[in-house]
Design a binder for this molecule. Structure first.
Ligand code: FAD
Length: 377
């Protein structure tokens, strides 16, 4: 376990940088800070005992090629100048009433480190501003994704009890909408060898085999944010058919969208959608301030929730460079214990040992389980 101890602020020859958040925004920033400086020490703090943010709790389980970015982050963690403080919530205690680990106010962190980078992502789900949005059976994608990825906050979610045929509507035309559609449509064989939460795996298996999934968006194909790769994956699922109504595609065409759609990636996407529609029945963002001059942001908390894991590289480099510049012109008592990188390695080992046949790991969906595993030998 990692004990957080208070340390007097001092301008040492080895500056200490705290990065809040262990997702891509945080880890890429740590990577460039460590690479571009010979003496900076980086501590990544995260509210969960386990690292990697949405790579663990957002990216779909059947996208292991995306999740493999964790290997790069593991490499960053091998630096002697790196440490991890997991299960530490940074912010006001009132914002984390159920958090059982240390809570460190941001101001304290700024007194304790020479620089602080906030890379906390975009945690709040957008509210569906429609009558009935609160009804039973309406689930936010943030919760659904967190549930199938074993995020502790959402581990108690339950799918509505449907016996005959699942009829569902997904609102939104982004890649996350297609992740949700794919997970709902996928046969168990598709998810068997993934790190999907076992409870979700079993609940999805119990759904009736007849599943009708509508994916609706407010505008046309040109504006749809999903990529061709994601929509193609829907055509590759066994025993599932992607049905696109050509009339729906045309209904979204306006003079302006036809012009906008001439850009090459959009053209390619439209061609794919046109082809798929012809198959009968388808086919199976605080900046620089005076005392807070040392506070920087990285990742989604800086740019907003757009882009893929790799999109976080450019601004992580920019943030790391700005921090090093700040440093070129200061631990944490009484906060309690968080998890260290060695603790994460133990949790990792237990998750791997508990994996279903062929699956990479069986993720804990409760913090107590993670902490017990962290104590295992
Ligand atoms: C459902 C979904 C699927 C996605 N699929 C893909 C994909 O297939 N391919 C792809 O390239 N990209 C995908 N993305 C995008 C990718 O996940 C993001 O680009 C990336 O995770 C953003 O990184 P980040 O570090 O800014 O935020 P996050 O990954 O959210 O990391 C933020 C971290 O900060 C921690 N944190 C938050 N608040 C606090 C606090 N107060 N104190 C301490 N810690 C805190 C969180 O626990 C978390 O670990 C997906 C995103 C979502 C939502």
């Amino acid at each position: 376990m990692l004990r957080l101890t208070r340390r007097a602020f001092s301008s040492t020859p080895s500056p200490r940088v705290a990065v809040v958040g262990s997702g891509p925004g945080g880890f890429y920033t740590a990577k460039y800070l460590l690479r571009d400086s010979k003496n900076v020490h980086v501590t990544i703090l995260d509210r969960w005992p386990t690292p990697f943010g949405l790579v663990r709790y957002g990216v779909a389980p059947d996208h292991p090629e995306v999740k493999s970015v964790q290997d790069d982050f593991e490499e960053v963690a091998t630096s002697e100048r790196f440490s991890y403080a997991g299960h530490v919530f940074v912010g006001h205690p009132a914002d984390a009433p159920s958090h059982t680990g240390p809570v460190v106010p941001l101001n304290d962190l700024m007194n304790l480190y020479d620089a602080v980078v906030v890379a906390t992502g975009c945690d709040l789900a957008r509210k569906l501003d429609l009558p009935g949005a609160e009804l039973e059976g309406v689930v936010n994608a943030r919760a659904f994704v967190g549930w199938y990825n074993a995020e502790p906050t959402f581990s108690h979610l339950q799918l509505p009890d449907v016996s005959d045929q699942l009829r569902s509507v997904i609102i939104g035309h982004g890649n996350v909408a297609l992740d949700c559609a794919r997970l709902l449509a996928a046969p168990s064989s598709h998810l068997d060898a993934t790190d999907i939460h076992s409870t979700a795996f079993e609940a999805l298996q119990r759904l009736p085999s007849k599943r009708l999934i509508h994916v609706v968006g407010r505008r046309g194909a040109t504006q749809a944010a999903f990529t061709t790769k994601e929509v193609r994956e829907l055509t590759e699922l066994e025993n599932a058919a992607l049905v696109i109504d050509p009339a729906e595609l045309e209904a979204g065409d306006t003079e302006a969208s036809i012009e906008e759609g001439k850009a090459r990636p959009l053209k390619r996407k439209r061609k794919f959608l046109d082809q798929a529609s012809r198959r009968p029945g388808g086919d199976l963002r605080p900046g620089r301030q005076s005392r807070r001059a040392r506070l920087r942001r990285s990742g989604w908390v800086k740019r907003g929730p757009t882009g893929i894991v790799g999109s976080n590289v450019a601004d992580a480099r920019e943030t790391a460079a700005a921090v090093l510049e700040d440093l070129a012109a200061s631990g944490v008592a009484g906060y309690g214990e968080g998890t260290s990188w060695a603790d994460w390695r133990r949790i990792d080992g237990v998750e791997k040992a508990n994996a279903r046949n062929g699956a990479p790991r069986a993720k804990f969906s409760d913090v107590e389980g993670m902490l017990d595993a962290a104590k295992s030998s």
